[in-house]
Design a protein around this ligand. Structure first.
Ligand code: SF4
Length: 257
């Protein structure tokens, strides 16, 4: 945390949504915020420092994913698969859980997470999947749509989340709702009538029990297009909400290409 703090301007300006740079550094060290959420890191640092920052982030992800892997290997596979909507298999006493994360299929084995029979080396992916598996969400999805800011302790994320996800989609598909619809179908999105009145609403499953609802309002002569992303109000039972914010942002990056 101290190493991360050294890279911040320490002005406690609050732009990142945290009250102090130290609070932000603590979140980054726990792999719950991204260093780039501080708008002053990139511009103020030399290339060498930026490289070190990325290295520090990777170290954090590696440490957190190793801790979660330890927990995930101890779970009851059958019970976890049932709770999180994974596919459980037991072949000659060897248990596995298959599940889809965004557009890829992963397999949880007693040794850890695999993709296409290769051990998954991406720490971020492992953090998301291990957290999802170990939480073993109990509450059924409520069907109530809420924004990220409705969950506890997310105030600091809302601004960055809006900028990195909702604004990006609105800008990318401004005056191009047909392009948006095409992209949604390429990502296996299902058009949804939804609970919100919008020009277009689409549902995606980021994980089997983590739906994401995209609502889009077309541009007109007066206003630019706008977008709002909604989650199920019980999503927190299935995944740490800060990891979920990352997951949505990554999905948007992939979606926009
Ligand atoms: S935006 Fe950067 S400088 Fe401002 S409080 Fe957050 S971490 Fe500190």
């Amino acid at each position: 945390m101290i190493e991360i703090l050294k890279k911040l301007p320490k002005t406690n300006c609050g732009e990142c949504g945290e009250l102090t740079c130290m609070a932000f550094a603590l979140q980054v060290s726990n792999a719950k915020r991204n260093l780039t959420d501080c708008p002053f890191v990139e511009g103020e640092n030399s290339e060498e420092t930026s490289t070190k920052s990325v290295k520090t982030l990777e170290d954090n992800y590696g440490r957190v994913s190793a801790e979660l892997e330890e927990k995930a290997r101890q779970i009851n596979f059958k019970e976890s698969a049932r709770s999180i909507g994974g596919h459980y298999e037991n072949r000659d006493g060897r248990e596995t859980i298959k599940l889809q994360l965004m557009d890829k299929i992963y397999e949880m084995r007693p040794e850890g997470l695999f993709q296409n029979s290769e051990y998954c080396k991406d720490s971020w992916t492992k953090i998301i999947v291990y957290d999802y598996l170990t939480r073993m969400g109990k509450q059924p999805l409520s069907g109530d749509w809420v924004t990220l800011g409705c969950f506890r302790n997310t105030a600091s994320h809302v601004k960055a989340f809006h900028k990195k996800s909702e604004e990006k989609i609105a800008e990318a598909f401004n005056h191009n709702i047909d392009g948006l619809k095409l992209r949604c179908s390429q990502f296996e999105g299902r058009e949804d009538q939804g609970k919100i009145t919008a020009d277009y609403v689409c549902r995606f499953n980021l994980l089997p029990r983590i739906p994401l609802y995209l609502c889009f309002w077309e541009a007109d002569e007066e206003y630019q297009a706008s977008c709002k992303l909604f989650l199920d109000s019980n999503a927190e039972d299935y995944i740490d909400i800060e990891y979920l914010a990352y997951l949505v942002e990554s999905f948007v990056d992939l979606f926009i290409g």
